[in-house]
Design a protein around this ligand. Structure first.
Ligand code: ADP
Length: 648
């Protein structure tokens, strides 16, 4: 086993790898960018080396700086995590040339699977079923359109260098093909610097089922499947293992195909073979096709660890250190059922816009495994993926595990950034999901319900009012409140743009009466809980900056409003279109003098490798366009200014 390794990554995966290293007595070296100097993975590692600027290209993608850090600290091996350099064969070669061990597959195995088109050709040869389609070299639009016609609509255009659902377009009919091809190529060129695509038959009611494999360079085993069908725009949201409805026959067929795929390329380490499954007629051994192989540890590996009891990072280190496969196929079995939910800083009602912010409060429940790269007080910066944590549960049956997931999500508390928690909770409570009736279209079909803003009840508003006055905890020995007479105080809160006015009457013994317009509630502290109008309620409040957040299943955020300022805010909804986050202005569609209508697309901002359309909030005439395409802007920068509204 190694004495010391370097982790060429950040965030939760760097922390995850460090945890296993500690268990194995392996010393760890973290690397970090400017933005990450005070981050959790740096604090956890035995040593840390600064490798450059906040942009990934100036730090986590700088293979030379990372290798130099490993040499300087005496690390013997490099764990790449996922993303960044994890699937870069040139990096693997550079690591080996420097006399270090790459904890992962060989450069040639990564190359074999690096492009979706070449991988499909290779798998066809190895006898693994692949999705019918065109994955040839001819990229002439005319030829591709012909191929789509021959395959039969609907088809899926995919970037051959793709990942994370980017450069992918579903096309329903021939008339839409050219436009979809154009936009898929544009996105692929931006994200991967390679605009080549392949065309696939769009599989009906598709399910995404992937098989975890593990190889030692000669032999491979599989650690069963994960179902990752709950996706939003081809990005995984909740994953589970095993797959609901999986039969022994199909599991055996998929497992064997995955092992064949791994052995065909002499695979070493952890890998995942992704299949698309036709879910329209139940799971059948002839109804799955190879999509791609990910030659690294996956984000969702913890659900496999939960059901198999295997520490996959431990296996990675042992095999990289020269050991054979730690066990044979027949030694592996499935125990129970596991789910993983990906908790993100993102604004769900605003179309899942990535968010940033300092996490003023962060608490994970005891009843779940939480893999995270942040602590309370840490910042979700605009530089990287805005994941806060992965919440993982494991129970004896799918039913029990799903209930555990709901509970765990309800008890997860985040303040300082908007999150997708309410969305995840609704998904965990979705009837179709509970029945195991999953496919990749489930979220899109029910998006309106799943993504709705949680409604705050008047009880929640009453709790917010107490929180705003700092009355949520027991007063200290010197209390500002007189005990001989009820004290009345006014509170004004902002809840999603609506003004909430409350009058709080403080009574002796930790009791309160809160009046809200027409209703009133009697509240009393009851240990760590509350009694509201006599009923026990589990809820907590946190005041963070100018906000009160009430955690009562869902999190409800209220802004603390200075009552005198309420009047001044009446001019909101003005005609300034601001950048919602830092990014690059990709395109501007209007010029001064243009007349626009509410909802018109005015500009495109590229941030976090995704494109965000900015639209007009009202009708008007463009007065000013202070930015040009190519400009890098800060959050809040004015992009388009409309004329002052016409006075009628
Ligand atoms: P990426 O590498 O960008 O993540 P994948 O090839 O893994 O792209 O596909 C991502 C998702 O797109 C899959 O999980 C699945 O939901 C959907 N998908 C991919 N191929 C097909 C197909 N042929 N038919 C239907 N859905 C597909």
């Amino acid at each position: 086993m190694f004495h010391k390794i370097l982790i060429a990554n950040r965030g939760e995966i760097a922390c995850r790898v460090i945890e296993t290293c500690r268990k194995l007595g392996v010393a760890t070296v973290a690397v970090h960018s400017d933005a990450d100097a005070a981050s959790r993975h740096v604090a956890m590692a035995d040593e840390a080396v600064h490798i450059g600027g906040s942009k990934p290209s100036e730090s986590y993608l700088r293979g030379d700086a990372i290798i130099a850090a490993a040499k300087a600290t005496g690390a013997e091996a490099i764990h790449p995590g996922y993303g960044f350099l994890s699937e870069n064969p040139d990096f693997v070669e550079a690591v080996e040339a420097a006399g270090l061990v790459f904890i992962g597959p060989s450069a040639s195995a990564i190359r074999a699977m690096g492009f979706k088109d070449a991988a499909k050709a290779l798998m066809e040869e190895a006898g693994v079923p692949v999705v019918p389609g065109y994955h040839g070299a001819n990229q002439d639009p005319e030829h591709l359109a012909g191929a789509a016609e021959a395959i039969g609509y609907p088809v899926l255009i995919k970037a051959v260098a793709g990942g994370g659902g980017k450069g992918m377009r579903r096309v329903e009919r021939a008339a839409d093909f050219r436009e979809a091809l154009e936009s898929a190529r544009g996105e692929a060129a931006t994200a991967f610097g390679n605009e080549a695509v392949l065309i696939e038959k769009y599989v009906d009611k598709p399910r995404h089922i992937e098989v975890q494999v593990f190889g030692d360079g000669t032999r491979a085993v599989h650690l069963f499947e994960r179902d990752c069908s709950l996706q939003r725009r081809h990005q995984k949201v909740i994953e589970e293992a095993p797959a609901p409805g999986m039969t022994d026959a199909m599991r055996a067929a998929m497992g064997q195909a995955a092992v064949r795929a791994a052995e065909a390329i002499g695979y070493a380490g952890a890998g995942t073979v992704e299949f698309i499954v036709d879910g329209s007629r139940g799971l059948r051994p002839d109804g799955f096709w190879f999509m791609e192989m990910n030659t690294r540890l996956q984000v969702e590996h913890p659900v496999t660890e939960a059901i198999t009891g295997v520490d996959l990072v431990e296996w990675q280190l042992r095999v990289a250190a020269g050991e054979r496969l730690p066990c044979a196929q027949e030694d592996l079995s499935i125990t129970g059922h596991a789910f993983e939910a990906r908790l993100y800083a993102e604004d769900v009602p605003k179309g899942f816009l990535p968010a940033t912010g300092r996490l003023t409060h962060l608490r994970f429940p005891e009843c779940a495994r939480a893999d995270t790269g942040v602590r309370a007080g840490d910042e979700i910066s605009p530089w990287y993926d805005p994941m806060i944590a992965k919440i993982i549960v494991h129970g004896p049956t799918r039913d029990v595990a799903l209930r555990q997931l709901e509970q765990a999500l309800a008890r997860t508390e985040v303040a300082g950034s908007v999150t997708n928690l309410a969305f995840l909770r609704r998904l965990a409570g979705h009837a179709g999901f509970a029945a195991g009736d999953v496919d990749t279209g489930l979220i899109a079909r029910d998006l309106e319900v799943l993504a709705a803003v949680p409604v705050a009840s008047s009880q929640v508003m009453a709790l917010a009012a107490l929180g705003a006055l700092g009355l949520d905890r027991e007063p200290g020995p010197v209390s500002g409140f007189t005990l001989w007479a009820p004290l009345r105080r006014q509170v004004v809160l902002d809840h999603g743009g609506e003004v909430v006015r409350a009058v709080v009457e403080v009574r002796p013994g930790g009791r309160f009466r809160v009046e809200l317009g027409g209703t009133a509630h009697e509240l009393a502290r009851d240990g760590a809980r509350w009694r509201i109008d006599g009923a026990a309620v589990s809820a907590g409040m946190v005041v963070a900056g100018a906000e009160v957040i009430v955690f009562a299943g869902d999190a409800h955020t209220f802004g603390l409003v200075d009552p005198l300022a309420v009047a001044a805010a009446a001019g909101a909804g003005s005609g300034v279109i601001e950048a919602p986050m830092p990014g690059l202005v990709k395109a501007v569609f209007v010029a001064p003098g243009d007349r626009v209508a509410v909802g018109d697309r005015l500009a495109i901002l590229e941030a976090m490798k995704m494109e965000h359309s900015l639209t007009a909030g009202r009708d008007g005439v463009v007065a000013e366009v202070p930015v040009a395409p190519g400009a890098q802007v800060e959050a809040g920068a004015a992009l388009i200014v409309l004329d002052a509204e016409d006075v009628e």
